[in-house]
Ligand binder design. Structure first.
Ligand code: ADP
Ligand code: MG
Length: 619
């Protein structure tokens, strides 16, 4: 077990890199020509599959158009070669960009329409490829294929196939792409992709533009397909339309599902199995589709998450056996002290007479509310009175029919949710919204998506800017976890936490970005006594740090304890607004909200009752 422990102590990218270097050296170690060819084809397929993983496994879009982008890359490289541009680097760049353009152009309509439309349009695209190639028969060679491709060159040096020089190019490109993929996936953008797949609502609430992100996932997924195409064109120096048909599309999908769509190296595993498994059988071509279809079903039905997930599960089992994760879980401190909170620059939130009807149901009418920095403003009311709807309105999930919402001086009504998030509004959800396949720490850090922006480019190349922001992300997330008393759970899988912990996780996620306005929707429900106490401390800490806190809460006692000001909603209208003492004694609140009728409340004087009735008549 100690061997295992020291193996796991090395950075995780060492092993794939070592494997890549071994593959790079295979021909020098005497691998046969037939096998080197198989390795090259497996690499090429892995590139295409990896693009599909990115859009399907991470962005959650069933985009099947990879073979079309692969074809675009292959023909681009082939035609460039015929035109005299044989340099492989130039071909790779141009083919990748052409594939990217094809991906974006074909992706936009499908993404606009929704997931199944994307599957249909992209699938249709694949069926069209041979015909499109035939239509441009004069340049592409039509159904006869494109011949006359010259051997590729690298900086003027002709790459010798007999010397396996082109093999080296293919393996190096594959290693480089998977390094890019890995860097992307572990960065905040990768977490954003996974969040998006799980819940577009959650993603937009932390400032991710859903459409833009999906399009990016689809476009970036097209790029490796273009690279693969360029490499493929140079292997046989011949490209024919058959290579890009339905059979190939099925093989790619099967490899993706089998390897595990939501796993970086799953694409490699899946592609290797597809290339070295069925392809070795004689008469394979005839039954290829049956084989691939079979793999697809086996992968989809028996292996949810694919072999990649299976491998991960195996790893964490070994970790537990070696006491690696157990040790961490044990270091829980029972009464950890609340760490010092940095000052927060809260902004006043003003809701000025918003109304909203859903069909005939007037959910909100003329709601007014003002929340000040350094105060907790509680929003209470019976079920269905419009509290969550009010929060959704602030966040931009619904557009008010009338009225204004101001954060500081910025009017946010009418903005999209991700734009509101970027103005500085953070929230938790009544039903906790936790992405799958991410650790607690990553889930909390994802709350900082819209602060300290970092481009994907910087993330992939690990530029200094990325490193700086990443370390800030992790520091802030760790601190937030300490505050809610969950530091010991940082490396656990977020989606497996019990309800109380999920709520606290959301609170931590909502505060890492130092929001201008913080909206907490029923955060205390489902928490045990200790957790409620912890939560109350955290909310007080946030208030004292200067945050603007809007607290929707059922626990009246907790509200009285925490709130500086209470706004009471009933049936979509504000029926009371004042200090806790005022609200506690407001007869309308007592009857509407607490279900106590005026007669029942015997501690009240007749004068009290009279004034209450008078007020009821007035309103
Ligand atoms: P609360 O959070 O105070 O319990 P909500 O804000 O969830 O209440 O709901 C207020 C009212 O608005 C309810 O009558 C609910 O049915 C209605 N409502 C909320 N969202 C929608 C929606 N998307 N479509 C139709 N009706 C809605
Ligand atoms: Mg609600």
């Amino acid at each position: 077990m100690s061997v295992w422990r020291s193996l796991r102590a090395a950075p995780s990218w060492i092993y794939p890199l070592a494997l890549g270097i071994v593959v790079l050296l295979l021909p020098a170690l005497g691998l046969s020509f037939a096998m080197t060819r198989q390795v090259q084809l497996a690499c090429i397929m892995a590139l295409v599959v990896s693009g599909l993983s990115l859009s399907l496994g991470y962005a959650g879009e069933l985009a099947l158009g990879q073979p079309a982008m692969y074809a675009a890359g292959a023909y681009t490289a082939g035609l460039m070669s015929i035109a005299g541009y044989t340099d492989i680097v130039v071909q790779l760049v141009v083919s990748g960009l052409v594939a990217l353009a094809v991906g974006i152009v074909t992706g936009i309509p499908g993404l606009r329409l929704g997931s199944w439309s994307l599957a249909m349009t992209s699938f249709f695209l694949v069926l069209l490829v041979p015909d499109v190639i035939a239509v441009f028969g004069d340049t592409t060679g039509g159904r006869n294929g494109l011949s006359g491709i010259e051997p590729a060159t690298l900086f003027g040096h002709v790459l010798d196939a007999a010397n396996n020089e082109f093999y080296l190019v293919i393996v190096v490109v594959t290693i480089a792409w998977f390094a890019v993929m890995r860097n992307l996936v572990v960065s905040r953008h990768g977490i954003a992709f996974r969040t998006l797949k799980q819940s577009p609502v959650l993603a937009s609430s932390v400032g991710v533009s859903v459409f833009r992100m999906k399009l990016l996932g689809y476009a970036i997924g097209a790029f490796p397909a273009g690279l693969a195409g360029a490499l493929f064109a140079n292997i046989d120096m011949f490209v024919s339309p058959e290579a890009f048909g339905f059979t190939f599309a099925t093989a790619v999908l099967a490899a993706c599902i089998l390897g595990g769509a939501a796993s970086v190296y799953g694409a490699l595993i899946g592609a290797a199995i597809m290339q070295f498994g069925p392809n070795q059988a004689s008469d394979f071509q005839q039954y290829a589709l049956v084989f691939y279809g079979g793999f697809l079903i086996v992968g989809g039905v028996l292996l949810s998450g694919g072999l990649g997930k299976l491998a991960k599960a195996g790893l964490s089992k070994l970790d537990r056996a070696a006491g690696l994760s157990g040790a961490r879980a044990a270091e829980r401190e029972a009464n950890a002290i609340l760490p010092q909170m940095d000052p927060m620059e809260g902004q006043p939130l003003a809701i000025e007479g918003i109304s909203k009807a859903f069909g005939g149901n007037q959910a909100l009418s003329d709601v007014r509310l003002c929340a000040q920095p350094g105060q907790v403003t509680a929003l209470i009311g019976p079920n269905g009175s419009g509290k969550t709807t009010t929060l959704n309105m602030i966040c931009g999930f619904y557009k008010p029919d009338s009225g204004r919402i101001l954060v500081g001086d910025t009017a946010v009504q009418g903005l999209a949710p991700d734009q509101v998030a970027r103005v500085g509004v953070a929230r938790t959800f009544q039903t906790p919204n936790i992405p799958e396949h991410v650790t607690v720490l990553e889930a909390v850090a994802s709350g900082r998506y819209s602060t300290d922006r970092v481009s994907m480019f910087a993330a992939v190349l690990r530029l200094p800017r990325f490193r700086k922001v990443r370390s800030a992300d992790l520091t802030e997330a760790k601190r937030a976890l300490e505050m809610v008393g969950m530091a010991h759970l940082a490396d656990e899988t977020a989606s497996t936490l019990p309800l109380g912990m999920r709520r606290l996780l959301e609170v931590a996620r909502s505060m890492v970005a130092k929001p201008r306005v913080l909206l907490l929707d029923e955060v205390a429900s489902g928490l045990d006594e200790n957790e409620v106490e912890r939560l109350a401390d955290v909310i007080r800490g946030l208030r004292d740090a200067g945050a603007t806190v809007v607290l929707v809460e059922h626990n009246f006692q907790l509200v009285l304890e925490l709130a500086d000001r209470i706004v009471v909603l009933a049936q979509g209208t504000v029926i009371a607004d004042g200090s806790p003492t005022e609200i506690e004694h407001d007869p309308r609140v007592l009857s509407e909200y607490l279900g106590v009728t005026v007669e029942e409340s015997c501690s009240r004087t007749i004068a009290d009752e009279e004034s209450a009735l008078a007020e009821e008549v007035k309103s």
